[in-house]
Design a protein around this ligand. Structure first.
Ligand SMILES: [Fe+2]
Length: 249
């Protein structure tokens, strides 16, 4: 016979060192609570509010011991870093998306650095992870565009495309220097970077714009590959889940 079967209803039972009051229907309520907990989607980093992301980024940057770091946060605050999207339509294409994406990349890089024994300092992880996309700051604009939105019936009774005006994100880069290059240049105006950090930021887009250059850099600094893959994982796995969830809702 078990302890549960012996215990009469409406009495206190002692489990370990805690006294738990039990009443009629208690275990049923516990089961229901557990079922409800299981049904609720788990909150992850993509569910952070823009203000929470801003605070976490400020906290991480505040830990970096490098001359000029105060200028970095000031620069970010004066740009649209905390309000811009991360892309026009591919990942985190929403206000605050750029900051969220940057924070996720930084977290992934922290894990990868430890797991793969890359030997990056915490300062390097913070600077390259959080600031690799500085080139995207002050480049996104909202435009009105005519887009197809399903079908409709016209005055003749024919089914035709339904065109509607929609606000969309577009890129207007006033300082086009190349994405990785511009991020590195922008950062170098604010703080000093090691050669490895410059390479990581410069080549974080991977082999697409210059395969030979990326491969050579990756052979010297494996961390170049790490930042590139963290960038891809953030955009195509973690942020993609949030995009899929918001489309379902
Ligand atoms: Fe990125």
């Amino acid at each position: 016979m078990t302890h549960e079967q012996k215990t009469p209803k409406n009495v206190s039972v002692k489990r370990s060192d805690r006294v738990i009051e039990r009443g009629p229907g208690e275990s049923q309520r516990e089961n229901m609570a557990q079922t409800n907990m299981a049904r609720q989607p788990r909150k992850t980093v993509v569910d952070l509010s823009p203000e929470a992301v801003r605070q976490r980024i400020a906290d991480v940057l505040a830990q970096v011991e490098r001359p000029g770091m105060d200028r970095v946060l000031e620069w970010l605050e004066n740009s649209d870093f905390f309000t811009a999207p991360a892309s026009t339509q591919y990942h985190s294409a929403c206000p605050g998306g750029l900051a969220l994406h940057s924070y996720i990349v930084c977290r992934l890089l922290r894990v990868k650095n430890k797991k793969l024994g890359l030997g990056l300092s915490q300062d390097s992880v913070a600077v390259t992870g959080l600031l690799h996309d500085l080139a995207k700051c002050n480049t996104y604009v909202v435009q009105t565009k005519n887009v197809k939105d399903g079908k409709k019936q016209n005055w003749k009774g024919e089914i035709v495309d339904n065109w509607t005006e929609k606000q969309v994100w577009a890129v207007e880069d006033k300082i086009p220097l190349g994405h990785g290059e511009k991020s590195a240049f922008s950062l170098l105006k604010l703080i000093e970077l090691s050669d490895q950090e410059i390479a990581m930021v410069r080549w974080h887009m991977g082999p697409y714009d210059n395969e030979k250059g990326f491969t050579r850099a990756a052979a010297v600094w494996p961390s170049v590959v790490a930042l590139y893959t963290c960038d891809m994982e953030a955009a195509y796995i973690i942020e993609a889940r949030k995009t899929a969830q918001s489309k379902e809702a």
